[in-house]
Write a protein of this length. Structure first.
Length: 182
């Protein structure tokens, strides 16, 4: 996946995913956004938020439901959120991407039909955003995004319910709102 230069996630999509629109108009829906997708807030108009994704695609969403992410890396080393060595999870992501790429190639040359492709890729979730030394990596086994600095990973946000909360939660990190949003 090609990443748009300057892309830096400011939010993630809630754990249930969310609808999106081509314009701030409910009559113009587009493809819904995947759960925990990192996005960058471009602008706001009331409750509408114009977001951009790492691949350059943009849409309008209900900004009230976006989950703000820390602008500073999460604090590492805490026992409940510390994950450790990023290499095993990077290897699993590479294997999943290789499998997906093989399915795309087979679909492109006619070796798979659309339904077979959907069956082969059903449930596959891969997420990696690299920005210099900073990395956000999705762990589909645990349903969470992790932040890494090349040496260690820490839970960034999760789509699993926190024991003390009703719904999806985040690691105990300091949340900083993007410029102009309070």
């Amino acid at each position: 996946m090609a990443t748009t230069p300057g892309f830096r996630p400011t939010h993630v999509v809630p754990g249930d995913g969310m609808p999106a629109w081509e314009a701030p108009d409910p009559a113009r829906p587009t493809v819904p956004l995947d759960p925990l997708l990192p996005v960058q807030l471009v602008e706001r108009h009331g409750d509408w938020a114009h977001i951009s994704c790492a691949n350059g695609w943009s849409a309008w969403v209900d900004g009230r439901y976006l989950v703000a992410v820390p602008q500073d890396p999460p604090v590492t080393g805490g026992p409940p959120t510390d994950v450790g060595d990023p290499r095993p999870l990077l290897a699993r992501a590479a294997e999943a991407l290789t499998g997906y790429r093989a399915a795309v190639e087979e679909l492109a040359v006619g070796g798979l039909d659309g339904e077979s492709f959907r069956g082969r890729t059903h449930g596959l979730r891969i997420g990696v955003v690299v920005d210099g030394e900073s990395m956000w990596l999705y762990d589909p086994t645990e349903g969470r995004w992790l932040y890494g600095d090349g040496r260690r990973l820490s839970t960034y946000v999760t789509d699993r319910a926190d024991p003390g909360r009703a719904g999806p939660g985040r690691a105990p990190t300091r949340v900083v709102a993007p410029d102009g949003e309070r």
